[in-house]
Design a protein around this ligand. Sequence first.
Ligand SMILES: C[S@@+](CC[C@H](N)C(=O)[O-])C[C@H]1O[C@@H](n2cnc3c(N)ncnc32)[C@H](O)[C@@H]1O
Length: 214
Amino acid sequence: MNPVQVTPELERYIFDLLGPRDAPMRAMEEHAERENVPIVGPHEGKLLYLLAKLAGSKRILELGAATGYSGAWLLRATAGGSLVTIERDPRRAALARANLAAAVPNGDAEVLEGDVFQVLPHLEGPFDACFNDLLNSLASEQDIERLFMLSLEKVRPGGLLLADNALRQGEVSAPRGQQARNVAAYNKLVAATPRLESVIVPIRDGLSIALVSD
Ligand SMILES: C[S@@+](CC[C@H](N)C(=O)[O-])C[C@H]1O[C@@H](n2cnc3c(N)ncnc32)[C@H](O)[C@@H]1O
């Protein structure tokens, strides 16, 4: 059987079945559309939510908050747990704080402003899940490896290591540019790490899902 090609019609069909999003989520989606903020969108957001919920995640770490959209899905999945998310753009960090407060009133969300390499080493683990949304943002394969090692050590055994853009717009299988080489390096590290059981799901730009063991 040939794999299904996700046509715009099928995509609309899938989106329609996700169920309605509430006003704070829709406002973030509309803002992202208007301002070109690269958020995960509702389809992948719902998958992140379900993964975190299925894994019983209560304390989640996110790298790359932007305006708080994926963070809101993740925080909702914890049902009373907490989210720590890192963002280096001060305007986006402020928006993320406001959006997370609106999407999850009384939720325990901490938006840490700064570069991930400055902030992450000082964070105390363990976390039940880490969502890395910086694969497209780093300068080199060395940075990819550094961030991979830093984030892996923050996740408890039995936890989830997730990363967006694992297919880098389809360029990852024959990388030519630096960004595609970075993403390919991340995927290779995940696949080659014996403590990780992993798969890439070709949703949107690709989601890398890995389960951490001892
Ligand atoms: C793809 S966006 C995150 C989207 C968000 N996770 C969502 O789906 O709603 C990546 C974000 O990471 C931030 N960023 C890029 N490099 C960073 C770094 N070295 N440290 C911290 N944040 C960084 C960017 O400013 C951007 O807002």
